[in-house]
Structures are given as C-alpha cells and as structure tokens.
Design a protein around this ligand. Sequence first.
Ligand code: SAM
Ligand code: SF4
Length: 337
Amino acid sequence: MTTPPKLVDPFQRAITYLRVSVTDRCDFRCVYCMSENMTFLPKKELLTLEELDRLCSAFVSQGVRKLRITGGEPLVRRGIMGFFENMSRHLDSGALKELTLTTNGSQLRKYAADLARFGVRRVNISLDTLDPAKFAAITRWGRLAQVLDGIEAALEAGLRVKINSVALKGTNDDELFDLVDWCARKDMDLTFIEVMPMGDIGNEDRLDQYWSLNDVRAELASRHSLSDSAESSGGPARYVRLKESGQKVGFITPLSHNFCESCNRVRLTCTGQLFQCLGQEGEFDLRRALREHPDDDAPIVEAIHKAIALKPKGHDFDYSRQQVSGQMTRHMSHTGG
Ligand code: SAM
Ligand code: SF4
C-alpha cells in the first residue's frame, strides 16, 4: 500500500519536489540573469546553513522526495559541502530519493568528488556555448576552460551530467548541432531553456534574445528523426529522442507551453520565502516561523502546509503580441530558476 501524499495543494497536486536557492550570490554575471552591478542581500537576511537544514528536513518529513540545490551559484556558498553532507542522512534513511544541484560548473573541479560521496548522482550544469569568447560575453565574469574542466571532474566522479543551455538568438543559435554532438560524445543529456522575463538585467533586451524552442526543435528535426518521449519530471521540460542515436534532448518552454497542471514543485529562496509558482509573485515567509521557534518544528510544518494551500493554479508569462507581459521583477538568481 502506498502512503497518501502529505503535501497536496488546492488543485490536488502532490508537492514532492523542492528547489532551494542557498545563496543569491554568484561568481558569474550572466547577461540574462543579473546586471553587472548587483546588490546582494545583507548576510543576516539569508538563512543560515542550520536553518536551511531544518527547513529542508521539515519538507522531507512532509513527503518531499527530491531536493534540488541552486542559487545564485550554490557552490560559492561557504560551508555548502557540510550542508550536502548533512542532507545525505535523508538519502541514507530512504526518506529522500534524490539530492541534486544546478550549477554553473565553475567549482566542480573542487567539489565533484565530495558531491558524489554525499549521494548526489546527477547534476545540471549550465552552459550556453562552446566558444570561449561568447562564453565570456554571456557570463561576463566566467571562463569557459574552468567550466569545461568542472564538467570533466563531474564525469570523472561518476556523476550523470545534464547540460542546460539557454537558447539565445544571435548568440548560440549557430551552435545547436555543436552542442548536441558534444553532449552525445560525452554521454550527457542536453536541455534547452527559453529565456524568461525575470528581474531587471540592465540594458539587455529580452525580445532580441528570444529564440523560440519551436525553432530549435525544427532545426534539430532538419538533421534528425525525433520521437517525442513520454518522460516527464512534472515540470516545464519536454523531451525528444534522436532516433539515430537515442540521445535525449529536452526543451524547457515555460512561456509557450502550459505545464502547470502537472506541477509538483515549490521553490524556497535563500531568505526563507516559499514561492509556490515560478511565474507568480505570491510568496510565503517561512523564515519567521523558523526564527520564532528555534526548538520546535511543529509550527514550521504548519507554516509549510499553509503555504502549500496557497499554491496558485498556473502562471502568466506571455511573449505573444511582441511584448513581454507577465514580467517578473524578481531575479532568477533569487528563486534559483
Ligand atoms: N548558477 C547556477 C547555474 O547557472 O546553473 C544555478 C542558478 S541559475 C539562476 C539556474 C538556471 O537558470 C541556469 O540554467 C540559467 O541559465 C537559468 N537562467 C537564469 N536566468 C534566466 C532567464 N532569464 N531565462 C531563462 N533561464 C535563465
Ligand atoms: Fe550566476 Fe547562474 Fe545567474 Fe549565471 S545563471 S549569473 S551562473 S546564477
């Protein structure tokens, strides 16, 4: 007999997946994500690693089975390996099925082996281009060689790697097959992400950057036979398989697809705000419950249930009519994407 889910939202969706941003800081300044001169949050606003542990553990006690650590860049948070080590107890107990992270890869040479030791099996690494000059232009502060070395370290540590590439018109639209072939050679999955209207990023123009994934897919189909894969993570990703090689390619199209009916996830910011939906401003403060009740987890569990009861049905992004509507003022680095 399977136990009934503990966290169920008003639309009968079981919430089993928590994405946690552990820092708003980053060693890169990607043009679609941050402005060059970011003001970061004062340290006291951030949850401590102990608070993050308490909160994540409360979610796990309420049926969360998958935890994705993100940021900002999660691996630049001081002491983050201790957090992974502590979280691995939930993998050992069987309560948690998957502990994973999304990273820009810059610190993986240093940490990949430890991540594997603490039970991480898969990692998403963001990489939009294989061209060093373009990489520097997109990330402003990043260096391609360091990230490629990080990817090698992850593979050497036995981690399964998925590459996430933001599809950017005029930037990586001539690299589709280079990226596909490179991932195939290294046996890595590849997912394209449509650029989303998150945060004020300075002078960058979203519509100029926007490369529709319908177009990416059509171009892929000009060289490969594609078969739709039924695989779903309960999120905005849809997958195809290239018939010739079996390679899997994903498309994350939050703007042109409605995936909300199967949504199983919520997002926790580094300040303890729970976002029930990526595309809505609604949030719920869990930090207050944490700080007001340092020795009692019951009020935290209660607050989590209250927050889930407010999860909205869907989101409002829309690029149609050639203007960015449903624009979110918060940055992706705040909620972790
Ligand atoms: N720093 C880590 C990284 O880059 O993988 C984790 C955090 S980052 C905010 C998570 C993902 O969001 C990355 O794959 C990044 O490319 C993506 N992202 C950031 N801003 C975006 C935007 N405006 N539209 C679409 N994807 C975006
Ligand atoms: Fe940093 Fe990731 Fe945002 Fe790039 S996408 S600036 S690596 S948080």
